[in-house]
Design a protein around this ligand. Structure first.
Ligand SMILES: [Zn+2]
Length: 283
């Protein structure tokens, strides 16, 4: 499949957990497919089975297992297979499963918090993203012993297998400020005062000016357009450009996430094409 025009990507900001970029020259359907693949189709690692051997904590076994399942784990997509694609048929083997254990006795006189960092893993690549996630508190002379098995899975099955916390996009805002219509309402320009994001600079004391990168913050609330008595502001958006944001919990690095997204996207297009051809042959 080839796009009419290659899509353009411009990175706005990136750190360990956030990525924001501008996508240009793509249809909204395509951007939404990218978002949905990221949230539902890219596999990541999560604990799927917990065997509780001793639980003196105040939480029921089921609640504890749920909390353990929701701990984000660093994912290694090269070494593990999805259980349904594994030779073992999903029964569980070193190619599709990683085991983690926790054995804590509290022999102090105080209550003790058990954290995600207390999980011991048999694969150093599959560890909790953050060691400081509290699992449960136990009283003195109590213990918690369990065994857990992590497997790859997809967000469409359960949210614990979603490799991003959130992925969303919005249109790229375009605001036109017509200087000739502005009557310079003395000292009380409603446009600059109404903007909740403070996108208008009024420091020159005369007419409001849009700040340079207003489009990064503008939420398209249109309060400036609706409140200007002189109709000097026109809020619009670019139909083919979007600001795309991804919030990650760190289970997969962003480059891997983007690479996998397009790998899955192209795979789905091929699958669709061959299904269509199949239908034509049958007819
Ligand atoms: Zn297996």
């Amino acid at each position: 499949m080839e796009l009419e025009k290659p899509m353009e990507i411009e990175i706005l900001e990136q750190d360990e957990y956030n990525l924001r970029f501008i996508l240009k020259d793509v249809s909204i359907e395509m951007v939404n497919s990218i978002r949905r693949i990221m949230m539902s189709w890219i596999p990541c690692m999560a604990i799927d089975e917990v065997i509780i051997l001793k639980n003196d904590s105040p939480l029921y076994d089921e609640i504890l297992a749920h909390r353990i399942g929701m701990i984000p784990l660093k994912t290694d997509l090269d070494s593990y297979k999805l259980p349904e694609d594994c030779e073992c048929g999903g029964f569980g083997c070193p190619n599709c499963q990683c085991s983690l254990t926790c054995e804590i006795m509290n022999d102090t006189k105080n209550t003790m918090v058990i954290y995600s960092g207390d999980l011991k893993t048999n694969d150093p690549n599959i560890v909790p993203v953050n060691p400081n996630i509290p699992i449960v508190k136990i009283d003195s002379n109590s213990s918690l012993i369990f065994e857990a098995y992590a497997t790859l899975g997809r967000g469409r099955t359960h949210i614990k297998w979603q490799p991003v916390s959130n992925a969303f996009f919005r249109y790229l805002p375009q605001i036109e400020f017509d200087d000739s219509k502005c009557k310079n309402c003395p000292d009380k320009c409603i446009v600059s005062r109404m903007c909740p994001e403070n996108l208008y600079d009024f420091s020159n004391g005369k007419k409001p000016e849009l700040v340079e990168d207003y489009w990064k913050k503008c939420t398209l609330c249109r309060s400036c357009e609706e409140n200007c008595p002189e109709d000097a502001v026109k809020v619009d958006w670019n139909e083919k450009s979007y600001i795309f944001s991804i919030e990650s919990d760190g289970v997969l690095p962003f480059d891997m996430l983007i690479e996998k997204t397009f790998e899955i996207f192209l795979g789905k297009i091929d699958e669709f094409q061959s299904d269509l051809e199949q239908i034509e042959v049958e007819e």
